[in-house]
Design a protein around this ligand. Structure first.
Ligand code: XIL
Length: 318
């Protein structure tokens, strides 16, 4: 099993920018170099980071992470090529015909996947394309809205042509259990596989919260996607807590340990599950407090980069 971490946040959230510790925090770099066998750039392969302007690519930040991973004998998971979020203004508000948009997407997927061929061996091609009710997000995903559902198969074909050895995934949140959303994915992927579309994996982000509980059908859900012949992966695990009452209580910490252990055990027990990635390796740089007001303490390392009980809850299983 490859154990991964999101390599450094740094991002734009609404108006707030927050820094990317990968560039300045030596202690954090040391942590991600030594604790993981896989890295996922948390933002650096997204459109808003790679694509300053039409026809232009800026690979500097992504290259730095891929080189870092190679120096540390780590694999890299590519995140992501086709998403409704973190697209640059010139894409979202551009005045393109559908033909032009299709060519922009084709060029992007080809250029990015070819660049890292042999170095990034798994791609989350399509991210978050379903609503909770199991219908496709046609309205807020520009590619689906403008180009229709067939563009999903095209995206996988283009990625496959650019690197025939890369494993190509769908990825989403709230897809841990068997529910309407995962039924939607199951039906779509079954259909794509029948058409010969190169889909190889299903990624479960797993952004959990102790106050929300977890879905005990996770093992069965992993198994049903595994039975389709896919790989499965835990891609962005964190377990946030409600901190409006102050520091986490011992009960909350115990609960969090249980959540991390449950997801890891479910992955270890399922043959198709070949990677397990945490979204952020320290509370210090976690996206959670920035995104969800009053919530936090979601990773297994403290603000001081010390290991928390959640770390040992997983370590004991491994
Ligand atoms: C988040 C990053 O962690 C933040 O730094 C960024 O500001 C917004 O995106 N699902 C995903 C990830 O697929 O790309 C998101 O990452 C978290 C939710």
């Amino acid at each position: 099993l490859k154990i991964g971490g999101a390599a450094a946040g740094g991002g734009h959230h609404g108006a707030a920018d927050y820094p990317d510790p990968f560039h300045f925090d030596e202690e954090y770099r040391e942590l991600i170099a030594t604790e993981f066998s896989s890295l996922t750039p948390e933002n650096q392969l997204k459109w808003d980071h790679l694509r300053p302007a039409p026809g232009e690519y800026d690979f500097a930040d992504a290259d730095a992470i891929v080189e870092f991973a190679e120096q540390n004998d780590q694999v890299v998971r590519g995140h992501t090529l086709f998403w409704h979020s973190q697209n640059p203004e010139w894409v979202e508000n551009g005045d393109f015909t559908p033909e032009e948009l299709r060519e922009i997407l084709h060029d992007h997927i080809t250029t990015v996947v070819e660049r890292y061929a042999g170095r990034i061996d798994q791609w989350e091609v399509a991210n978050e394309i379903f609503h909770e009710d199991g219908t496709l997000r046609m309205e807020d995903n520009i590619w689906l809205r403008e180009l229709g559902t067939d563009i999903i198969a095209d995206a996988f074909h283009w990625a496959h042509e650019a690197d025939p050895d890369a494993l190509l995934f769908f990825n989403d949140y709230n897809v841990e259990g068997i529910n309407a959303k995962t039924d939607g994915y199951y039906a779509l992927i079954t259909d794509l596989l029948e058409q010969g579309v190169p889909v190889h994996g299903f990624g479960l982000q797993s952004h959990l919260g102790t106050m929300y509980g977890y879905d005990p059908s996770l093992p069965d859900n992993l198994a049903r996607f595994g039975d389709l012949g896919l790989k499965t992966a835990i891609t962005e695990l964190d377990v946030r807590m409600d901190l409006t009452g102050g520091e986490p209580t011992p009960e909350m910490i115990e609960e969090q340990n249980e959540f991390f252990a449950f997801v890891l055990e479910s992955c270890l027990a399922e043959a198709s599950c070949d990677s397990f990635t945490l979204w952020g390796a320290s509370d210090k740089y976690s996206w959670v407090p920035v995104t969800f007001e009053g919530e936090g303490s979601a990773t297994p390392w403290t603000d001081d980069l010390e290991r928390k009980p959640a770390y040992y809850a997983m370590y004991d299983i491994l």
